[in-house]
Design a protein around this ligand. Sequence first.
Ligand code: PEP
Ligand code: MG
Length: 594
Amino acid sequence: MKSDRAASAKKLRGIPVYPDIVIGKAHLVDRSRTKILYQCFVNDEHVDREVERFEEALETVEAQFISLRNKMPDTLKDQAFILDSHLMILKDSMLRDSTIDKMLAEKINAEWALKKSLEEIRRVFEQIDDDYISNRISDVENVADRLLRTLSGDTHHNLSDINQRVIIVAHDLSPADTTELNIAKVMGFITDVGGRTSHTAIMAQALEIPAVVGLENVTSLVEDGDLLIVDGNSGTVVVNPEDSDIIFYQERKLQLEKYKSSIARMSYLPAETPDGHRIAITANIEFLEEVTAAKDYGSEGIGLYRTEFLYLRGKGFPDENELFEDYREVAEIMRPAPVSIRTLDLGGDKFTSDIAISEENNPALGLRAIRFCLREPEIFKTQLRAILRASAFGRIQMMFPMISGLQELLDARAILDQVRDDLDREGIPYDADMEVGIMVEIPSAVAMAEILAHYVDFFSIGTNDLIQYALAIDRVNEHVAYMYQPFHPAILRMVQQVVNAAKNAGIHVSLCGEMAGDPLCTSILLAIGLDSLSMNARAIPLVKKVVRTIPMEQARADLEQIMRLNTASEVRAYLLRQTRKMFPELQERGYLLD
Ligand code: PEP
Ligand code: MG
């Protein structure tokens, strides 16, 4: 007999982000639903009471911000400044006094007066001729939003004070929202929008939160309190599952955990094929706090340190010493293993939170990454000085993101030379032999790889962006996610072209896009001849196991076959067949879905 729940059981498929299974209650975050009441009073007494209500709301929200700041997990302690700036806004007379003045003068309720103050502040910010400052309006909006929700008694949608173990269901979570999540309480999250390589997804992985994104309309299918199964491995979400689904997924979770711990025990072994070919396996990190875990997962270095997040914490740009201390610590923890620090890659989907340098119609094609740094040389130099200074404390390598051609690389290198000269003049030590490389992630850089290879010490192929730019697929747009194909023959050819260029020039070549951590891709990447693969640390044990199982001879024979195939689906089907044959247990545990 079917249970009541079964009547409404729904299975949805989205894009898996973090491979774990959770079963729990849905917590719907729908900020658009906060209802605001507009009231006028005739009686002064009512107005006075309304002012008191507003002051109480201010106190409540202040207490929430303070408590959130105190409870922030270590991984996110740098983000505490967001809350400091929110506290300052809460006390600012532009918000507080002007709202109270309006209530008294116009005899209107708190919500209405607050909305009016917010409009005024918005207008003032719009007139400020400084993009960074004018964009701080989002902080004011966050604070006002929380005040409005407190006034209207709608306290459901504060991400940070969720205190039951729930699965968040939201239209979207910005990277800043993700940092606000109470990690101890949030079992997982699922969203309507987003792609596998969106930075929100990457942050979820860093925080080890099981998540499925790009479900398109999950917020309209799920009600608060619905029971959910989130399988972050296959991207399946079951809404109001049947008892048999629950038993199935609980069993699968157990199996998955057993399997993960069995492969984790082997992760210290080198990634060497049975016929003796070595490949270096390193980790991608976004926070200093991830370094130790990366080592524990068997990483042989940091292949990509994404440095944006210190710039995204809502307190303006960090100063040289803050950056230096952070980079020095990463270098010291990893020493003697290498750490590749990527210079600032702000832009694209890394502006969806607080900082937007400018409004652009196509941010992925706009003033992003190295383009922004070359436009703002002082910001760039501050980071370069910090990286160079830290290079005296370990084996740091540095790479520039989004290089599109030689001139851009020469311009970046010229600034680096100036910074080196400054440090020499000031007698500040740094590693004069620090390797300098580039991310190859724009098709024009692939075409120019033969030339670029003579101007750098290494290449790191960023397939997340390379796929986006080569196939014209927005990496964060769920509507075209089905076309985001790492196995597209064009992508495989591009990777091969870059590897060949690197080999011809005698430089090292790594791949650090999400492809690197996908066990289906491991044999092709091995056979193409990459020197190292850099991935989310949790992917390391499985990728190492795959490398240790597949003989290079077989990987090369497979690559030859694959290069004759003409479509992404043929390539994927071929790899699925081969991988299922060699690793039937991966199929059983849901790693290899069609
Ligand atoms: C990439 O583009 O593949 C990459 C690793 O960089 P990011 O995901 O930070 O753009
Ligand atoms: Mg990139």
